[in-house]
Design a binder for this molecule. Structure first.
Ligand code: HEC
Ligand code: HEC
Ligand code: HEC
Ligand code: HEC
Ligand code: HEC
Ligand code: HEC
Ligand code: HEC
Length: 356
């Protein structure tokens, strides 16, 4: 969609008045590091400046004193075009120089060089290709933080062609939060996110979808990780948008959002028969021709807690249906037979409507 003409501050005010909130996200958390204390790369002592910056745009050898290629630099001498902020490459190719097709670094684009069964974040297609299967990576997206991100879809930008880059969602200078994720509209103010990695996993297996779980305490001590989606997809969750008149019959699909008073669980539809909690708990039959979709667990603050199947505490959230980077399926959907439409696969895990 395209919005405008008008001024950005006016747009911002209209958004806030409409939803009755004082800002996109209420004040964030106080301390910033993973909830379970697991180390995060590009953070704290693992923030290696020379992974991303080069001082003089000139290096005749690597830090070991040899001319063997290293992660992100395929040959020496390395004499790149000098980039703003002393970056080794432009800010998208910088990340992709290590995160595409380099063994031992999580691979976020196309086929997986590390051979994982399913990457937790899924995968992107090539930059500037505007795929129908997930986020569209671009080179000229403008500032990644603050209300400038609004311009991507408003004032000349359109939702259909808007683009993203890595540092919209990941802060380059991490401070230990899970996957270095940030609120694009208010970086640094975000709380700790409830993304937990199986403590028994090591190496690249720490990025395997089966080894990642999602929990929330519904407050700034520990918030669901999908609160980062709101900054750009601000009309898809929260009771103001999914059930505007509050009559319990939805106008948009609910997606767990504790900030915006929408803490849905799968059991909530039992009374009116819209969901089937026992069917979800059992895990077989209609909808389960594809693997159980991911879910957010209310009250879970450990990886083990995020693995407990119980319709009373399991909520449906963005990542139940989408891989954030993208997938082989339309709209980055998580289930594999979605070429022509969605369901009954996956949908019926919670709804059990097809009688299969
Ligand atoms: C994972 C890649 C990465 C690493 C590692 C990294 N940086 Fe950066 N740095 C960036 C990017 C990307 C930008 C530009 C940010 C933007 O355009 O949004 C940047 C910008 C900067 C800036 C200028 C803007 C600002 O934020 O003040 C400074 C100073 C800086 N980096 C210093 C450092 C230092 C010092 C280290 C090591 C302690 C470091 N960086 C490690 C990616 C990185
Ligand atoms: C010089 C290579 C290099 C560059 C450049 C680089 N990364 Fe990384 N990145 C790594 C390595 C190595 C790991 C950790 C792999 C592991 O877990 O053993 C990593 C891990 C990560 C993780 C997961 C952190 C965790 O512990 O959960 C994120 C997110 C990430 N990188 C984002 C970025 C972004 C965004 C950029 C660009 C601003 C970038 N990286 C640039 C090498 C690189
Ligand atoms: C990814 C695309 C995208 C981004 C980024 C985006 N918007 Fe929107 N915005 C939409 C869509 C889609 C609608 C709903 C369709 C419409 O109202 O025409 C919308 C509607 C609106 C509306 C009117 C309806 C309402 O009550 O929400 C306002 C105001 C608004 N956006 C403000 C903002 C602000 C402020 C930002 C930046 C923080 C922003 N938008 C960022 C896509 C976007
Ligand atoms: C729209 C937001 C967004 C963008 C853009 C984005 N990421 Fe991510 N990324 C995430 C989220 C959210 C996760 C956690 C996924 C999960 O566990 O479900 C993640 C996970 C990761 C991981 C861990 C591996 C995995 O599969 O979970 C790496 C590494 C990473 N991102 C790097 C990148 C790089 C490099 C780019 C740019 C090429 C990028 N990301 C762009 C949101 C984003
Ligand atoms: C920085 C802004 C930004 C953030 C944050 C963001 N998105 Fe997006 N998203 C976009 C834009 C812009 C588009 C439309 C163009 C495109 O496909 O990239 C989009 C498109 C999508 C699509 C549709 C892809 C398709 O193939 O049509 C899905 C699904 C999606 N986002 C999910 C998410 C989820 C889930 C999160 C949070 C984990 C998230 N996004 C966070 C900007 C963002
Ligand atoms: C119950 C499953 C489900 C949940 C939960 C869900 N989505 Fe979707 N989403 C879909 C499906 C299916 C589509 C494809 C369009 C359709 O059939 O409505 C879609 C489409 C989209 C699109 C593309 C819209 C367009 O105009 O092309 C975006 C962006 C998106 N989702 C983002 C999100 C975000 C952000 C969340 C969490 C706030 C979320 N979704 C939660 C199933 C879901
Ligand atoms: C992980 C569980 C889950 C999955 C998967 C899921 N949903 Fe839902 N869905 C819910 C929950 C919970 C509600 C809210 C139930 C309520 O309050 O009546 C809901 C509500 C709905 C509603 C509105 C019911 C009403 O009138 O309020 C429809 C329609 C719906 N879902 C369709 C779908 C479709 C189609 C899919 C697949 C693309 C899907 N759902 C996937 C959990 C899920």
């Amino acid at each position: 969609m395209a919005q405008g003409p008008g001024d950005l501050e006016g747009l911002r005010q209209r958004f806030l008045e409409g939803t009755g909130r004082s800002q996109f996200h209420p004040a964030g958390g106080s301390s910033r590091s993973t909830y379970d204390g697991q180390a995060v790369y590009h953070s704290n002592e693992l923030l290696i400046c020379s992974d991303c910056h080069v001082m003089h745009a000139s290096m005749q050898h690597n830090y070991a004193g040899t001319t063997d290629p290293v992660m992100g630099i395929s040959s020496f001498p390395f004499e790149p075009t000098p980039n703003p902020n002393l970056l080794k490459y432009n800010k998208l190719d910088l990340c992709l120089s290590c995160h595409d097709n380099v063994a031992g670094v999580p691979d976020v684009m196309g086929a997986d060089v590390n051979g994982l069964t399913q990457r937790a974040g899924g995968h992107f297609e090539a930059p500037e290709s505007n795929p129908a299967t997930g986020h569209n990576l671009g080179y000229n997206v403008g500032p990644s933080t603050g209300f400038d991100i609004c311009m991507r879809c408003h004032f000349g930008g359109t939702f259909a062609t808007a683009q993203v880059t890595c540092v919209d969602c990941h802060t380059p200078h991490g401070y230990g939060n899970a996957r270095n994720l940030q609120w694009a509209s208010d970086p640094g103010a975000e709380p700790i996110f409830g993304l937990f990695v199986n403590p028994a996993a090591s190496g690249m297996a720490r990025y395997e979808a089966a080894n990642v779980g999602y929990g929330t305490l519904d407050n700034n001590t520990l918030r669901e990780v999908t609160s980062i989606c709101i900054d750009c997809h601000h009309t898809f969750s929260g009771s103001y948008y999914v059930d505007p008149n509050g009559n319990g019959i939805h106008e948009r699909h609910p997606a767990y959002n504790s900030e915006y008073n929408s803490t849905n669980t799968i059991a909530q539809g039992a009374a009116k028969g819209s969901t089937d909690p026992a069917h979800w708990n059992a895990g077989t039959g209609a909808g389960f021709d594809v693997p159980r979709v991911r879910f957010i667990v209310q009250g879970a603050d450990t990886f083990a807690g995020t693995q407990v199947v119980d319709a009373n505490t399991n909520g449906v959230f963005c990542l139940s249906c989408h891989y954030v980077h993208g997938s082989d399926n339309a709209f980055g959907l998580v289930w594999s037979n979605a070429q022509y439409g969605a369901g009954p696969s996956a949908c019926d895990q919670c709804h059990n409507k097809s009688g299969l």
